[in-house]
Design a protein around this ligand. Sequence first.
Ligand code: FES
Ligand code: FE2
Length: 432
Amino acid sequence: MTELQQRLATGKGKFTPLYEELDTGPVSYEDSISPEFFEAEREAVFRRSWLYVGRSERLPRPGTFFTRELNGLASIVVSRRKDGVVNAFHNVCAHRGNKVVWQEHPQEESKGSCREFACKYHGWRYGLDGRVTHVTNEEEFFGLDKDALRMPPVHCEEFAGFIFVNLADDPVPLRTYLGDRLLELEAYPFDKMTQHYGFSAPIRGNWKLAVDSVCEWYHPPYVHARFIDKDIAKAEKMVPPPDSYHYDLFTPHMLTSVPGPPPLPPREPGTAGAAARDQKWVYRLFRAGLFGPDDVPDIGPLPEFLNKGKIKSWGNDQFWLFPNLSVQIWARGFYITYTYWPEAVDKHTYDIDLYFVPPKNAQERLAQELIVDSTIEFAMQDVNTIEATQQGLSTRANRQFHLSDQELLIRKFHKTVRDTVAAHQARDAKES
Ligand code: FES
Ligand SMILES: [Fe+2]
């Protein structure tokens, strides 16, 4: 036995003990079932963190806009002003509070392009910066200071084409919040990957349980057997062992690097080409699968910030931007964002967005669609387990749970949420 195998086998752990702030004891999941904690988390975490709301490609020209419903928190408009700057404001009319920007249904998000926004109720108008430009029958009002009227601004900053908003009064700048390790993401050519496929699903489970399901590779032989092997004994052997991953925790964010199979060799025109093991024909024909296309687009040299753990057969890096965004950069030249929007203690919306270099032909397009469908199926395989876990936890029949060494990201993530809530409550108590 190597020293590493010994450490893994003796329960001392290899990864968790590297982080002083983490213990190795049992954990509580009260943070995922308590309605009081949910309210506290909304105030401490979601009302005070930088939240990712969309890619800047969604706003290609001045006058383009989209709206976001941040459930229970805010309804916001994000727009590109005439000077090219992206800004955000609450989607609320200064006259009598009507939601200003929507199309067919007020509950639905909308997008488009315009010179001004007009409130559908009494026709007040707003510029692309949210300021009032027109008050209907202005002379009938009493001492109205029109220049001061607006849809209330929301802090909005862009980083590497990712648009973030922050609902706090005076947040730290986005770049400070992200910190050095995440600022390195700027070196990645996200702007080349404009082919977008999106998917959104309502999940009856706490948002953190969904994050947990992407933070470890302990469950795939059971939950994702269809992608690995129906024979569990074989599937267990095929998932790489815990020490083939790389972890890095840089509070409040974190990262894990994951191994993956190399792409298939190029094939002779007119043939199906080699298969990986007993690979399904659909993956072989379209030359793609869960790990991406076999014909990898040329996006230039790999930036140095990726695969810092030097995994030999590297699959992807998963950056966790606290609280609710994961950016996965894949070895085969594409990226995925996962976003989790809490709606209630036992309910959230799960958004998956995949971005590729635009396909040059039908074969590349089909390969991308196969990756999208595989990714969504893989993610949805987790959902029943998330919902079942929520049900199990809610009974409070067990109050203490056990995390292994390779589940350190879960341990860390819940701790960061709990610490953020505790720090906010302590500040609140001091101020009152
Ligand atoms: S509420 Fe918007 S114009 Fe009246
Ligand atoms: Fe999973």
